[in-house]
Design a protein around this ligand. Structure first.
Ligand code: NCD
Ligand code: ZN
Length: 346
């Protein structure tokens, strides 16, 4: 196959940041994607509907002229979140999900949840009004090995939580383990998972072999090869419970290339080329549309996009910049470590 036309894709987990970084990165998403679920982990986080209204305006103002892109806003769940405010945000059509960060799990998550009893009223209200909870599924207890954080989270936090509020729709984000895939597949309902571009391509060797490679470090951290293979199988299966959330998470190079480099991989600019490559390798190009353009909207109760995107396979490799320049500084682009031949036709 040399050409593939799919409905225009969406990104169901994206970090756009704010200020100069936002202005520098939003065009890489709006060029290819019609919609994206926007993560609320700003400093300070997007906690109230009023915060989300203001942040959405800043995003919309930064979209390059001519691009058609709708940011889908989320709220950052804290122990002080007000259920009425969440419900108002959902009713007004602005809020599409609430994001749960266990406190300390990842970048800018110190305001996250420590005591789940404190957020029960909000979760119960969300279940009642059909608002999904997006979950960063990692425990943060120091005794738990970083490579086991996801599996332990499922057992000790997510399963008990879902038993307490069975009607709550939960999106398990950036699943990185076979345990996560199996858990989603075995659930009776109300559970779906997003998969990132990079976790379909790298395993933990990318971070650690031949020297420490900070641009392959993200959270949840990439796991061993058997897990990557399970993620790929789920992505190309066509199972409606799995769909794309890139977790593209820009950080300026000086904050990654240092003694305590922060977590995040920037993939917005080349995700569709990378995914076409992966799906072709798996003999599943016919499933790319389900993964990138159909399963996500169905889960969030939205219509798929009516516009289309055509991907073409070029003989010569398609090149992307090694870094993009933003007003906040340079951001290194994800390098899949193989040549890309699939190109988005413009
Ligand atoms: C994200 C970020 O930088 O905001 N980092 C990452 O490695 N994915 C936070 C997150 O989604 O965990
Ligand atoms: Zn993220």
């Amino acid at each position: 196959m040399r050409s593939l036309t799919i409905r225009r894709p969406d990104d169901w987990h994206l970090h756009l940041r704010d200020g100069e970084m936002l202005k520098g990165v939003v065009g890489d998403t709006s060029r290819d994607f019609a919609r994206a679920i926007i993560m609320p982990n700003l400093v300070p986080p997007v906690v109230t509907t009023a915060d989300a209204i203001a942040y959405k305006k800043r995003i919309v103002d930064a979209i390059p002229a001519g691009d058609r892109f709708s940011p889908l806003m989320t709220l950052y769940l804290t122990e002080g979140t007000d259920a009425d405010d969440v419900e108002e945000g959902k009713k007004s059509g602005l809020i599409n999900a609430v994001k749960l960060y266990p406190a300390g799990a990842t970048t800018n998550s110190h305001g996250g949840v420590r005591d789940f009893d404190k957020v029960m009223p909000v979760l119960e209200r969300m279940a009642k009004i059909g608002l999904p909870l997006c979950v960063h599924g990692e425990v943060t207890t120091p005794e738990v090995d970083i490579f086991d954080r996801e599996a332990v989270f499922i057992e000790t936090v997510l399963e008990p939580l879902r038993r307490r509020v069975p009607e709550l729709k939960v999106t398990m984000e950036h699943v990185t383990t076979k345990d996560g895939i199996d858990y989603i597949k075995s659930s009776a309902g109300n559970l779906a998972g997003t998969l990132t571009t990079h976790h379909l391509i790298i395993n933990r060797n990318a971070i650690l072999v031949g020297g420490i490679k900070p641009h392959y470090y993200c959270l949840p951290v990439a796991k061993r090869e058997s897990h990557r293979l399970a993620l790929r199988a789920a992505a190309v299966s066509g199972d409606p419970r799995f769909f794309l959330g890139t977790d593209s998470a820009p950080h300026v190079d000086p904050l990654k290339e240092c003694a305590c480099g922060c977590a995040g991989i920037y993939t917005s600019i080349n995700t569709m080329s990378c995914l076409a490559h992966v799906f072709e390798q798996e003999n599943a190009l016919d499933k790319l549309e389900a993964f990138a353009s159909l399963n996500g909207p169905a889960w969030y109760g939205l219509e798929p996009n009516t516009e289309t995107m055509t991907l073409v396979k070029r003989d010569a490799p398609v090149t992307f910049p090694q870094k993009i320049e933003t007003g906040a500084g340079p951001v290194t682009v994800f390098d899949p470590m193989f040549p890309l031949h699939w190109d988005v036709e413009r």
